[in-house]
Design a binder for this molecule. Structure first.
Ligand SMILES: N[C@@H](CCC(=O)N[C@@H](CS)C(=O)NCC(=O)O)C(=O)O
Length: 227
């Protein structure tokens, strides 16, 4: 049975899983699906979230689980380094990116990617958590084009699509560039140039415009500090 990735190209998590499939050269199909709480979808994705992967071993949701499954199932190109210390650092960066960048950043989405707002204190707390996490990722970075040196790892794929969204959100709200402040711009450019990223970002941008219009969102694609 072939691999099918269900999700929507505006989703940073969907984009991570999709970029990993491309990097790993795993043949796959994309099924455009929105998150849903319908009973039928909850059978496939227990929280009703996207992405969810359909394959010979069943349905798998949660992006970290999808990435690890793909590396276990299709090991020819691995996004997990062989060196155990490096592997643990890659996992550490993925965790920091998800818990301390993506989650607080998502709390800011209502005032950026929708016509809502976020209380001043909640916004300040989220921004402080994001700043601390981006500084931590920068501190863990090693010399080379990728976060952990010369080899692309899951930390780069997860980090890129997480920091892309965070850069847009923080930039829109404050005018600051977290990539430049953390000295991560050259790393970001290395990952942005990969064919996997180019393909995934092309769909992200074309799906984002109608998504923003649908929600009457204040965010504009041509924001000056966007990558
Ligand atoms: N922890 C999940 C997060 C996935 C997630 O939040 N997906 C969003 C789209 S970017 C979603 O499905 N949101 C709908 C919802 O939360 O009900 C993962 O790693 O895949």
């Amino acid at each position: 049975m072939s691999i099918r990735l269900h999700g929507y190209p505006v989703s940073n998590y969907f984009n991570i899983a999709r970029a990993a499939l491309i990097e790993k050269a795993v043949p796959h199909d994309i099924v455009i699906t929105r998150a849903s709480q319908e009973p039928e979808f909850l059978e496939r994705s227990a929280l009703g979230k996207i992405p969810v992967l359909e394959g010979p071993d069943g349905w798998i949701a949660e992006t970290v689980a999808i990435l690890e499954y793909l590396d276990d199932k299709f090991s020819a190109v691995s996004l997990r380094p062989n060196d155990l210390g490096t592997r643990a650092h890659a996992r550490q960066i993925v965790n920091i990116a998800q818990v301390y960048v993506e989650v607080p950043c998502r709390a800011l989405f209502p005032g950026v990617f929708a016509a809502g707002s976020v209380a001043t204190k909640a916004q300040a707390d989220a921004l402080a958590t994001i700043d601390r996490a981006v500084a931590a990722i920068s501190r863990l970075r090693r010399e080379g084009p990728f976060l952990l040196g010369d080899e692309l790892t899951a930390a780069d794929v997860f980090g890129f699509f997480t920091l892309d969204i965070a850069q847009r959100v923080v930039g829109f709200l404050t005018g600051r560039s977290i990539l430049d402040e953390a000295g991560l711009r050259d790393w970001f450019a290395s990952v942005a140039a990969r064919p996997s990223t180019v393909a995934v970002m092309a769909d992200f941008l074309s799906f984002l415009a109608p998504y923003l219009a649908e929600r009457d969102a204040p965010y504009r694609l041509e924001h000056p500090i966007d990558a």
